[in-house]
Design a protein around this ligand. Structure first.
Ligand SMILES: [Zn+2]
Length: 401
């Protein structure tokens, strides 16, 4: 980028933290700090994106990139125990090389969708993502186990990673005690005392409660079948688990939780809408969560349960299910709320004067002129025919030449 100011204009600008601006422009300095956002008023600009909407790059708060190779192999349905067994089988069949390839492939899909921040569950030491200095990944290392040996093995693997962890660009190590049915009370306690960001799948399935509180139900049968039935190692309840996690953790799914479970510790909830629908759960309580002041963001989950890794498509799915949810809220869920959940710095997920932005997403629009400008984002799918443009601070020079 040349050492000068740059102006970018488009039919609509969605700053997220303020109202959409028709016929808008953004002025940036050489470091991509936003100097001004407002109406264009006929002004000459450096880059005119025309019939597009500019919004911040997106945040995908939950994926499993190592399952990218499972696309289409195991469509989810209401028989989730069958689905979980196939995921375990698939994981065990993967070599380190195929897993690395899957992660790289998934990462490219995340980039192409226009995301700039990601919460990913990792089960291996991660390959480095070079040449993407603005991209921030919270890689939550997964720990699990109910038998003593599996618990110890898993925790040692995390400790090794933590000791070796040197600042590696924007890849930040976090920790993920997997789920109530796979992870011991002790591992949740250890996670509760760690200094990293923590993320866990809690309240994804109603029957988790039967397992924790009564030691019965389909998860008890599942653990017996795998010869890892250790009821004394289980946590006593969802409430206990949510209390054990550090403040401001990410609770993935939370399909069967209530706001009282979550508010005390300031946890964020990651709703994965299309995966939620594919498993045929009852309606997700995200509206009650938001009304209670809980931070709700969206994630795509993995290609083992979802058709793609595009967070905007998740928001469009929510819009189809619940058209009454304001577009402003949907946009926050895929930008600002995700950035807050992942502790990303203030330039992520919003366009505001004074913040240094990692870049913008430009969505091509249809020529229509709906009353609600958010309809452009959540009702149209013009960008599935005409590709989205991703304008990052390190690629802006290509637009200026
Ligand atoms: Zn997950």
């Amino acid at each position: 980028m040349k050492d000068r100011k740059v102006t970018i204009a488009a039919r609509w600008i969605f700053p997220v933290t303020s109202a959409p601006i028709a016929d808008g422009k953004i002025e940036l300095d050489a470091s991509f700090q936003i100097l001004e956002i407002g109406r264009r008023c006929g002004m000459q600009v450096d880059i005119d994106l025309g019939n597009c909407a500019i919004l911040p790059l997106l945040i995908n708060a939950h994926t499993h990139l190592d399952l990218t190779g499972m696309a289409g192999l195991n469509p989810p349905d209401s028989d989730y125990i069958r689905w979980i067994k196939k995921v375990i089988q698939f994981r065990m069949s993967q070599s380190r090389d195929t897993m690395d390839l899957a992660i790289q492939n998934g990462f490219q899909q995340i980039l192409d969708s226009g995301s700039i921040g990601l919460g990913d569950i990792s089960t291996t030491n991660y390959p480095a993502f070079k040449d993407h200095s603005e991209f921030t990944i919270l890689r939550f290392f997964e720990v699990l186990g109910l038998t003593t040996s599996r618990q110890e093995q898993s925790w040692r693997a995390y400790q090794r990673l933590e000791e070796a962890d040197v600042a590696s660009g924007n890849s930040i190590l976090g920790l993920s005690p997997h789920a109530p049915y796979s992870t011991s009370r002790k591992l949740f306690e250890l996670a509760g005392r760690c200094s990293k960001k923590v993320c866990s799948h809690i309240g994804e399935f109603l029957e988790e409660r039967d397992l924790l509180e009564n030691h019965e139900g389909p998860f008890a049968e599942f653990l017996k079948e795998f010869h890892i039935w250790q009821p004394d190692e289980l946590a006593p309840s969802w409430e206990w688990l949510l209390q054990a996690l550090p403040d401001y953790s990410l609770v993935v799914h939370g399909n069967y939780l209530s706001p009282e479970h979550l508010v005390k510790k300031g946890h964020s909830v990651v709703y994965c809408p299309r995966t939620h629908s594919a498993f045929e759960h009852p309606p997700h309580p995200f509206r009650e969560f938001m009304a209670a002041g809980i931070n709700v963001c969206l994630g795509t989950d993995s290609l083992a349960s979802n058709p793609d890794l595009d967070t905007l498509s998740e928001a469009r799915h929510v819009h189809r299910l619940y058209p009454e949810v304001p577009g402003e809220n949907l946009l926050r869920m895929i930008t600002q709320n995700g950035a807050k959940a992942l502790n990303l710095n203030r330039g992520y997920g919003r366009l505001e004067i004074g913040f240094r932005s990692p870049g913008f997403l430009a969505i091509p629009l249809s020529p229509s002129d709906p009353d609600d400008p958010y309809s452009h984002l959540f009702e149209s799918d013009t960008d599935l025919k005409v590709p989205r443009k991703i304008i990052r601070s390190d690629t802006i020079s290509a637009y200026l030449s």
